[in-house]
Design a protein around this ligand. Structure first.
Ligand SMILES: Nc1ncnc2c1ncn2[C@@H]1O[C@H](COP(=O)(O)OP(=O)(O)OP(=O)(O)O)[C@@H](O)[C@H]1O
Length: 299
């Protein structure tokens, strides 16, 4: 188990933000943490990184309590925060080379540290900007550099807080490929937060939804949508008229449809609910007090 969180609680002053958060993540898993603004995602991640002390609960990251993590433990983590503002005068290649040296003593035969600087620059697509000053990078280029800084030490566990904010569609796709490569080839465990549900669906093996200070859903994108929606929408055209029907059994419905009207059916579409539909339903149900423990446990 790379991350093991039990009954995590966090209070700022008199306000309880986390009320008992439980979840785990295994080696090589990509886990997306979703939730409305202010739900406590960054707070959770900061606690796991050892940057913030929790009010209560048990947290183990790579087998260690983050509040007591030493340099060796820290060297196994990669962190991409929501924004960085330092290093404006450094040049891209110089900075990565410099930061990489910190990780060299932690190199092992299984995991050679750091990342080769030029390979890293290619990996994040910054070849053309390698000799630029950081202050001169565009927002998206800066974000790619943030990701490079996060992975320069070949971490076992990578935290990505809204990693693709400000990326153009091309950069976003490249980034998704990168995340898959890091988890598949390097066995990296990745915990990311995002507000982009299509991104979560594409990237994550597992999705956690944080709302009201608790994890209200934990499952694969598929499990989540099956549990919430259950229904699919079938649309078709018959005799020039468009029809829509919601059903739990789309395959059976379509079979019957063709059995009854073997010809004359056109423009058939079966639409399952998207992760966005599922997410909105879950949060809405939770906010209106309908979500219950059994439902969460059933996931
Ligand atoms: N240092 C702090 N002191 C007091 N309250 C804080 C502090 N940091 C965060 N909070 C509050 O805790 C709650 C959770 O904040 P957090 O940044 O963890 O949420 P989030 O889920 O990451 O939000 P977003 O999606 O907007 O980034 C918010 O209500 C926020 O105002």
């Amino acid at each position: 188990m790379v991350i093991d969180v039990r009954d995590l609680r966090m209070r700022y002053g008199t306000v309880d933000v986390l009320h008992g958060v439980d979840f785990t993540a295994e080696r090589g898993e990509v886990v997306a943490l979703l939730g409305p603004n202010g739900a406590g995602k960054t707070t959770t991640i900061e606690i796991l990184e050892g940057f913030r002390m929790p009010s209560a609960g048990q947290v183990r990251v790579l087998g260690v309590d983050p509040a007591k993590g030493d340099e060796l433990w820290r060297a196994k983590l990669g962190v991409v925060l929501q924004s960085w503002r330092d290093h404006a005068r450094w040049k891209v290649r110089e900075l990565l080379d410099h930061l990489g040296r910190y990780y060299a003593p932690y190199s092992t035969p299984d995991r050679v540290r750091p990342f080769d600087t030029d390979a890293l620059i290619r990996t994040v697509g910054l070849e053309e900007h390698a000799h630029k000053k950081i202050g001169k990078l565009s927002g998206g280029q800066r974000r790619r550099l943030d990701v490079a800084i996060g992975i320069v030490g070949k971490p076992e566990l990578l935290f990505l807080d809204e990693p693709t904010a400000g990326f153009d569609p091309h950069a976003r796709r490249d980034f998704h490929d990168l995340v898959h490569r890091l988890s598949d080839l390097e066995g990296m465990t990745i915990l990311l937060t995002t507000h982009d549900l299509a991104e979560a669906e594409k990237l994550a093996d597992r999705i956690l939804v944080l709302a009201g200070g608790r994890i209200i859903a934990d499952g694969s994108p598929d499990q989540l949508s099956r549990q919430v929606a259950g229904q699919a929408e079938v649309r078709w055209t018959q005799a020039g008229q468009r029809h829509v029907h919601a059903t739990d059994d789309a395959t059976g419905f379509v079979r019957d449809l063709f059995a009854q009207h073997s010809r004359g059916i056109s423009e058939l579409e079966v639409r399952r609910s998207t992760l966005e539909d599922t997410y909105l339903t879950l949060v809405q149900r939770f906010e209106s007090g309908q979500a219950n423990e059994e439902e969460v446990a059933a996931l």
